[in-house]
Design a protein around this ligand. Sequence first.
Ligand SMILES: NC(=O)c1ccc[n+]([C@@H]2O[C@H](COP(=O)([O-])OP(=O)(O)OC[C@H]3O[C@@H](n4cnc5c(N)ncnc54)[C@H](OP(=O)(O)O)[C@@H]3O)[C@@H](O)[C@H]2O)c1
Length: 235
Amino acid sequence: MQRIFITGTNRGIGLEMVRQFSQRADTHVFAACRKPADAVELQALAAQHPNSITIIPLETTDQNSINASAEKVAAQVDGLELLINNAAVNPSRPKQLFGEMTAEMMLSTLHVNAVAPLMVVQAFAPLLKAGVQAKIINISSGLGSMTRKLTGGLYGYSPSKAALNMVTRGLAADLKPFGITTISLHPGWVQTDMGSPEADLPASESVQAMLKIVDGLTEEDNGTYLRWDGEPLPW
Ligand SMILES: NC(=O)c1ccc[n+]([C@@H]2O[C@H](COP(=O)([O-])OP(=O)(O)OC[C@H]3O[C@@H](n4cnc5c(N)ncnc54)[C@H](OP(=O)(O)O)[C@@H]3O)[C@@H](O)[C@H]2O)c1
């Protein structure tokens, strides 16, 4: 049995992950989202797969909500094999331009994209340690690569994903003794609300490719930064 916890599953890549995992036997997905009552597509999916999807309320910037979500999962299972930190923001209005950034804009993006994933992992660490060869996937972005940062702008999003990448490296070291493998994974440019309809990849293709990477992960991959197709990215 693979027991999985995913954040931000009411739309986009997170929803597609739940959809694809729900096709598998011996899999249980705890699908977290901020407002379960409004998550119509996720609810429909959970109704089709009542034994393999459990919807969990989670606002990732709220520590009480994180703690409550971990307690809800712990009430149902005694371990997790996979945690996917997928929830993130990339505000488009106002644009994240030099001269127009405010501290609040930058901090709110850093909170969701880099701080919250660490808080989630800390709360779920006991379940991950009790899981079988657990994996943590931090959904990052190529826009978090320092090496590839050759244009300006995106002062909230790009630093937040670079910070998330550093969180990945820290977790890779701290949790390795427990047999837990942590990576940063870039989904590609994907057709979601965040990626826009002009993006390269349908969510179904990106997620199919990413799940292949996740399935094939070994301890050797711990602390790496990969693309959806398995190619390594420069930090
Ligand atoms: N799409 C791309 O081209 C692309 C490229 C590179 C990386 N990524 C990464 O892929 C991941 C998924 O992106 P996406 O394209 O699916 O984005 P999306 O369609 O905008 O979905 C974002 C998800 O995150 C949730 N979320 C945001 N803030 C949250 C919070 N404070 N607490 C809980 N949930 C929160 C949203 O919930 P609400 O509906 O409640 O807001 C939504 O479910 C993100 O980490 C993103 O940075 C995407």
